[in-house]
Design a protein. Structure first.
Ligand SMILES: [Zn+2]
Length: 219
């Protein structure tokens, strides 16, 4: 469901402008290959047919991953000077997208603005790292007979906490106490699960008065 648009690209060396197609909308949850290209910071990287210079065109890209609750408007790095203006533009585009895609797809989603691909690439790499740790955790949790509580992915990302938490099953379901007990069992098996160790420590210090919000959709 990703799509491209035709643009006139202008080489930074001042060569003759040329027409080309670039990605304007990428679904990170539907197209793993495009997501990888974006992480490698090579999405829409063009080569000038005249002088061979590699450059990014002045074309914005919208990146959407519903499962990860991530909606990003990526403007060219050179647009940063007029950040306020582009923030306003993003708000208007987001309203139009909500209408086009249907409200439900974008519920709870707070659009984020980026200038250039570097920062978004780092964010996705961090998501991948957390995802790997989560997989290890879920493997151990299954082994220990623990249940899993899915945290809202955007809440987890913004607050640097795990997006899936183990808990000791019981009639009360996932609670701060059952999650703390689950984490204790988990860390007893593998103490190197960084984000889980940090969250367990935060729980022990009473930094969380209630469970983080759960994921709106199942994974
Ligand atoms: Zn050129």
């Amino acid at each position: 469901m990703a799509f491209k648009g035709l643009i006139e690209a202008v080489c930074p060396k001042g060569c003759e402008p040329f027409e080309t197609e670039v990605w304007s909308f990428v679904r990170g949850d539907k197209d793993a290959e495009l997501r990888e290209i974006l992480v490698a910071q090579e999405l829409n990287l063009l080569l000038c047919p005249q002088c061979g210079t590699a450059f990014f065109p002045e074309a914005p890209v919208v990146y959407l991953d519903s499962a990860a609750e991530l909606l990003a408007f990526v403007f060219p790095a050179s647009y940063r000077e007029r950040e306020e203006y582009w923030r306003g533009k993003m708000g208007a585009d987001f309203a139009a997208m909500r209408q086009a895609l249907g409200e439900r797809a974008l519920v709870d989603m707070e659009p984020r603005i980026f200038f250039g691909f570097e920062e978004l690439s780092r964010l996705l790499e961090e998501d991948d790292y957390q995802g790997e740790e989560r997989e290890v955790m879920e493997f151990i949790a299954r082994d220990l007979g623990l249940s899993l509580y899915s945290v809202s992915p955007s809440y987890a990302r913004n607050n640097r906490i795990p997006s899936s938490l183990p808990f000791v099953p019981g009639s009360a379901g996932a609670t701060l106490a059952s999650v703390a007990a689950g984490l204790e069992k988990l860390l007893g098996v593998n103490a190197h699960l960084e984000s889980y160790g940090a969250f367990f420590e935060a729980l022990r210090r009473g930094r969380h008065k209630k469970l983080p919000p759960s994921a709106a959709r199942g994974r």
